[in-house]
Write a protein that binds this ligand. Structure first.
Ligand SMILES: [Zn+2]
Length: 69
């Protein structure tokens, strides 16, 4: 059974490093430390799932001309 792990993006406010980390829903804020400088001053970014959902070039929805032929 495949289950999508809750990967959250974080950004270190100290060195500005952006990294992903698996965080389990525990309720309270997870303890995440920057893997670069080890600082705890990290900021959680928007969920990566929503960001990756949109992909491809934008085009007109339903550009099918009626009739023809
Ligand atoms: Zn850092």
């Amino acid at each position: 059974v495949e289950v999508e792990l809750p990967i959250y993006e974080f950004e270190c406010l100290d060195c500005g490093l952006e990294f992903e980390k698996l965080v389990r829903k525990s309720g309270s804020e997870p303890e995440v430390a920057c893997p670069e400088c080890g600082g705890r001053n990290v900021e959680q970014q928007v969920s990566a799932f929503a960001a990756r959902m949109t992909s491809g070039k934008g085009g007109p929805p339903g550009s099918c001309a009626p009739g023809g032929g």
